[in-house]
Write a protein that binds this ligand. Structure first.
Ligand code: FES
Ligand code: FES
Length: 165
């Protein structure tokens, strides 16, 4: 079995995997990072979205061996890096705007939203709805998710401005 090595949430990890092992299974079963969810068998739901080399990908559609040497960021890598283990501003916005009910889709929504705002720091509602097309939520009707992403984007712009001062 091939050996793979990658950086996950800032830590170098390695392990033997079968060539058919999906990245989502490596993250969940080998590394125990169960915040990345599996919600479908068809690459449609987006519950498994992570960042690979800074870009959102559906980790159920990536073989682990394809991530050799990659920088991986999962939902677990977002919070806890600041004072008082604070949530990431996008997670905080989802919490405050009730952008979740059962929470199953939330990790993927947050990771997709962060990729979206990295490319478009001030997305309007239409851009957010377009950007989240690959993420399915069974609970919320999306309205509060869209509000949360707008607020998260605004907080990140503020944080960027503050950091630049
Ligand atoms: S589990 Fe990856 S898109 Fe549904
Ligand atoms: S909050 Fe339940 S699936 Fe989205």
């Amino acid at each position: 079995m091939p050996m793979v090595s990658m950086t996950v949430n800032g830590e170098v990890v390695s392990g033997e995997v079968e060539t058919r092992t999906l990245l989502v299974d490596f993250l969940r079963h080998t590394l125990g990072l169960t915040g990345t969810h599996v919600g479908c068998d068809t690459s449609q739901c987006g519950a498994c979205v992570i960042h690979m080399n800074g870009v959102a990908v559906k980790s159920c559609s990536v073989l682990t061996v394809m991530a050799e040497g990659a920088e991986i960021l999962t939902i677990e890598g977002l919070s806890g890096n600041g004072p008082g283990d604070a949530l990431h501003p996008m997670q905080e916005a989802f919490r405050e705007h009730h952008g979740l009910q059962c929470g199953f889709c939330t990790p993927g929504m947050v990771m997709t939203a962060l990729d979206l705002v990295a490319r478009d720091p001030d997305p309007d509602e239409a851009a957010i709805r377009r950007g989240l097309e690959g993420n399915i939520c069974r609970c919320t009707g999306y309205h509060n998710i869209v509000k949360a992403v707008r607020e998260g984007a605004s907080r990140l712009r503020e944080a960027g401005r503050a950091a630049a001062q």
